[in-house]
Design a protein around this ligand. Structure first.
Ligand code: NAP
Ligand code: ZN
Ligand code: ZN
Length: 348
């Protein structure tokens, strides 16, 4: 049994603290990965503090994992020992329902298995995430990483990357489209990079005036401070698509006001309280509010390969794991540039 150590939350109030546990030996099609880097997603904070009501403790968070393969099962074909592998938010699913067969495992009709705080389909244990020294996963749910990318900056692609890439592709964001990104955090800065790379006219909507210069450098054509009513009014009814990544409860009305006729506001941020919406804001322009969740395994690999071809990675602040609680507090203050990534060698 691989001995594992990591950082865990023991309840919804205590800081994360060192935690020892064990993982199984890899099964026939599984691989064991030594975790090199793990991104810090706002979902880790929501989960550790039980803001969605589905926490299971002790909880080792972390679902933006890049590591080195240290063991492979006898039937594993995709990886060999020494390869770099990446693991995201989903580590298993039923594999036979229509969405699973289509490679949309995140919509598995029997429920996909999350990387942490979920019941493992293989041995019934509770999954423990990537704020740890190793991970065991079926190779179907692990991805190859394009060569020559900075591995610390690749880690956030496994959640922040695919969660923004997938809806921008689904709603066909590209040349001739005016696209807004709400929130310049981990997801938001990846959404900005992808929307810019896909050729859209990209507008960063932010509550933080001080992020303006960064947003322009990251690919925004324009930056609008969403609390400035006049600035918002100047853009009224001009957007084809808006991707909302905000992590805290907020009013959707100002963003609906920005949409053109038939425009779409897609929510990916998951504040702990649900939004309220005036139906009038929708019917008067046949606007849509939609949602999107990460992406399936084939699309995640497509996104990684796209990032390899276009040299896209996250802007990261690499931290030792001993600073994880401070990173959570800074994330709550919107003080992230633009993703914390844990260097797991700090665990040793
Ligand atoms: P993050 O790095 O903390 O960034 C969140 C950003 O939201 C902040 O930087 C801030 O940007 C903006 N924001 C915060 N409060 C706001 C408010 N009241 N009004 C408007 N904007 C506000 O978080 P993240 O890791 O990107 O995650 C964002 C959200 O997506 C979280 O709720 C997370 O759980 C969720 N998520 C969903 C999925 C999915 O599959 N759907 C996947 C991953 C994460 P500014 O400073 O620019 O305003
Ligand atoms: Zn995430
Ligand atoms: Zn399924």
């Amino acid at each position: 049994m691989p001995a594992s150590k990591g950082y865990a939350a023991s309840d919804n109030k205590s800081p994360l603290a060192p935690f020892a546990f064990s993982r199984r030996e890899p099964g026939a099609t599984e691989i064991t990965v030594e975790v090199l880097y793990c991104g810090v997603c706002h979902s880790d904070l929501h989960m550790a503090r039980n803001e969605w009501g589905n926490a299971i403790y002790p909880m080792v968070p972390g679902h933006e994992i890049v590591g080195r393969v240290t063991a492979v099962g006898k039937s594993a074909k995709k990886f060999k020992t020494g390869d770099i592998a990446a693991i995201g938010v989903i580590v298993d699913s039923c594999r036979h329902c229509p969405p699973c067969k289509k490679g949309e495992e995140h919509f598995c009709q029997e429920g996909s298995t999350l990387t942490y705080a979920a019941k493992d389909r293989v041995d019934g244990s509770i999954t423990m995430g990537g704020y740890s020294n190793n991970y065991v996963v079926d190779e179907r749910f692990a991805h190859t990483v394009p060569a020559h990318l900075d591995l610390a900056a690749v880690a956030p692609l496994l959640c922040a990357g695919i969660t923004t890439y997938s809806p921008l592709r689904h709603w066909k964001v590209g040349p001739g489209k005016k696209v807004g990104i709400v929130g310049l955090g981990g997801l938001g800065h990846m959404g900005l990079k992808f929307a810019h790379s896909f050729g859209a006219h990209t507008v960063q909507l932010t509550t933080s005036l001080k992020k303006k210069e960064d947003a322009l450098k990251l690919g925004a054509n324009e930056v609008v401070v969403s609390t400035d009513a006049n600035a918002m009014k100047a853009h009224a009814s001009t957007f084809d698509f808006i991707l909302d990544t905000a992590s805290a409860p907020h009013d959707l009305e100002p963003y609906l006001g920005l949409l053109k006729q038939d425009g779409t506001l897609t929510l990916v941020g998951l504040p702990e309280k649900p939004p309220t919406v005036s139906v009038f804001s929708l019917i008067t322009k046949r606007a849509s509010i939609a949602g999107s969740m990460i992406g399936g395994m084939p699309e995640t690999q497509e996104m990684l390969d796209y990032c390899g071809q276009h040299k896209i990675t996250a802007d990261v602040e690499v931290i030792p794991i001993q600073r994880i609680n401070e990173a959570f507090e800074r994330m709550l203050k919107q003080d992230v540039k633009y993703r914390f990534v844990i260097d797991m060698s700090s665990l040793k």
